[in-house]
Design a protein around this ligand. Structure first.
Ligand SMILES: [Zn+2]
Length: 285
């Protein structure tokens, strides 16, 4: 019995769920029925198929009167509130006519590509229009974004650094004003917990106030902050509320100190982001 059928019956496969999902995804991209059943099985794996309007589990799959097969729109009906719905309701796939096999494909590519996947690539591989592919990728990226406000603050050793993304080289601006040298790129501040998660923030300007606020909201006070010796850290009190703050001075060729102080982890994360922009996305707005 296939993974999808097992999931549909509410049975979770043995071993890692994540790897099982990645294995099942390519099959789901092949035809619409498999894709719908795959997404239904994932969505309702814990509750069983339930009404997206009232939560009732007394529901059934609607069938076509002539063929007896599943309804062409893959509708479900609730015996409680009598409303019809599909697995898309309440998800990023709602209000979209794009077949679920293409959604499954875009989800698969988004999860399995280290540097991400562009809408242009999805357009080429699915045959969708660029507009549809872009809509789908925006929705998927929105769905993947983490809500940090509900999560504990970063702790342990945390590296902080900033980089500039977006903008186009041909519009290079003269080095004047607060955003000089950034050639109209947007500053991104990232915090990386060593061996843990990364949190990135787009900010208008890299100032003591802005970076200080990001650190205060995301870093627990007992953590060990590591940064380069950019003026915002060197000449400010940003690191003061945090238990320890170590800096490396890149201008003196110092990238790591013997005591383990460095910001190479966050810089590697930026390198990956930049490669993704050059090789996959080409342009970021
Ligand atoms: Zn209902």
């Amino acid at each position: 019995m296939s993974y999808v059928q097992n999931m549909a019956k509410g049975k979770r496969p043995a071993g890692s769920d994540k790897s099982a999902i990645i294995t099942a995804l390519p099959k789901a991209c092949a035809d619409e029925v498999t894709a719908v059943e795959f997404i239904e099985s994932l969505r309702w794996s814990e509750t069983g198929p339930c009404c997206q309007r009232c939560g009732d589990t007394d529901v059934y799959k609607m069938t076509d009167r002539t063929t007896g097969e599943r309804n062409k729109r893959f509708l479900w009906k609730c015996n409680g509130c009598q409303k019809q719905y599909t697995v898309r309701v309440g998800t990023v796939m709602e209000d979209s006519r794009i077949p679920l096999r293409h959604w499954a494909y875009a989800l698969w590519k988004s999860c399995s590509s280290k540097k991400g996947v562009s809408a242009l690539q999805i357009k080429r591989e699915t045959g969708l229009t660029y507009k549809s592919a872009l809509f789908m990728m925006h929705r998927i990226r929105f769905g993947m974004a983490e809500d940090w406000t509900s999560q504990p603050k970063l702790s342990g050793t945390v590296e902080s650094d900033e980089t500039y993304v977006g903008g186009q080289p041909r519009y290079k601006q003269p080095r004047t004003g607060p955003r000089s040298g950034a050639d109209r790129k947007m500053p991104v501040v990232s915090l990386v917990e060593r061996g843990g998660n990364i949190r990135s923030f787009v900010t208008v300007d890299v100032t003591e106030a802005n970076v200080g606020r990001i650190l205060a909201e995301n870093l627990s006070r007992d953590s060990h902050l590591m940064t380069d010796s950019s003026p915002i850290y060197r000449r400010s009190t940003i690191g003061k509320p945090i238990a320890r703050h170590g800096m490396t001075d890149h201008s003196k060729g110092q990238y790591a100190k013997p005591d383990g102080t460095h910001s190479n982890t966050v810089e590697s994360a930026f390198a990956l982001l930049k490669r993704g922009i050059y090789e996959t996305f080409h342009n970021v707005s």
